[in-house]
Design a binder for this molecule. Structure first.
Ligand code: 2AM
Ligand code: CA
Ligand code: CA
Ligand code: CA
Length: 264
């Protein structure tokens, strides 16, 4: 039997420890490498933190599987009932250039169901957290979305503008018209943080055409526990097992936003 209380405590402790490490390591000279292109970076800090998290997880839970962006855990995720889906640093470009707006993202998923979501922003010491069925918190204070927001008054986060494939998908109106149809667009370059900000009511929705499970897993759990809605861009259920488009929204804005997305 999974002890959810114990799992939560460990996930939070490890996220905070990883966050501290990121700040310490960033003070030194760090090696930065290109992955697929000069705008797709990985640092030795991303790698070191992923290895640290894997070590901690396996020392307590040797029968759990891990899916992490940097790929240091070698098992097949399909073979595990309980999976940790981790992004050691979400927002690596920000980590390298700005030293803010990056997070440690940790989700625990059991048989496809999200149990725990932890998103830790170390430079602001902000911890977004949720346990399935028990609501979401920001630094231990409950967060719950209760205020209706029409699209014209909404702040919308997106990564559409660096990642444009809208033409092929018939979604050019998102780039063209969305900025004029809402109160403002924000692009923080850190999907997990942007989705956690939807949960906290700091922005009203987030849209991406393509994210990996480690980008959205923890924040999806947090946002849904805060009363928000997630789906793919065509309105299908967003699951943890594969990359997908993501809409993450305040519940009152979701329908209007999806009608806007579907219009072309
Ligand atoms: P990462 O920093 O962990 O790679 C940026 O809009 C968001 O998309 C970040 O959450 C970033 O996660 C993710 N992302 C994935 N692939 C990317 C890429 N090639 N370039 C920039 N961001 C990418
Ligand atoms: Ca990356
Ligand atoms: Ca990421
Ligand atoms: Ca990452």
């Amino acid at each position: 039997m999974l002890d959810i209380q114990e799992l939560s405590k460990k996930a939070v402790d490890w996220a905070k420890e990883a966050g501290k490490k990121s700040i310490e390591l960033r003070k030194k000279q760090i090696k930065i490498k290109y992955k697929s292109s000069p705008s797709d970076l990985v640092t030795e800090v991303d790698q070191e933190i992923e290895k640290f998290l894997i070590g901690q997880i396996l020392s307590s839970y040797s029968d759990h599987g891990i899916v992490g962006e940097e790929g240091f855990f070698k098992g097949d995720p399909k073979e595990y009932d309980t999976l940790w889906i981790i992004d050691p640093i979400d927002g690596t470009t920000n980590f390298v250039h700005q030293q803010v707006n990056y997070v440690i993202s940790i989700a625990v998923v059991h048989k496809g169901e999200g149990l725990i979501g932890v998103v830790y922003d170390p430079t602001r010491d902000e911890l977004f957290f949720a346990k399935k069925g028990e609501g979401a918190t920001l630094n231990d204070r409950p967060i719950h979305l209760q205020t209706p927001v029409p699209l014209r008054e909404g702040l919308i986060c997106t990564s559409l503008f660096w990642n444009q494939r809208t033409e092929k998908l018939g979604l050019d109106h998102l780039v063209d018209e969305l900025p004029r149809s809402c109160r403002g667009i924000r692009i923080y370059g850190c999907a997990a943080l942007e989705m956690a900000y939807v949960a906290a009511g700091r922005v009203d929705a987030y849209i991406s055409l393509s994210l990996n499970p480690w980008d959205f897993a923890a924040s999806k759990i947090i946002l849904e526990e805060a009363g928000g809605i997630t789906s793919t861009i065509d309105g299908s259920t967003l699951t943890f097992e594969k990359a997908n488009s993501v809409v993450a929204s305040n519940p009152f804005l979701y329908k209007e936003l999806m009608e806007f997305v579907a219009r072309n």
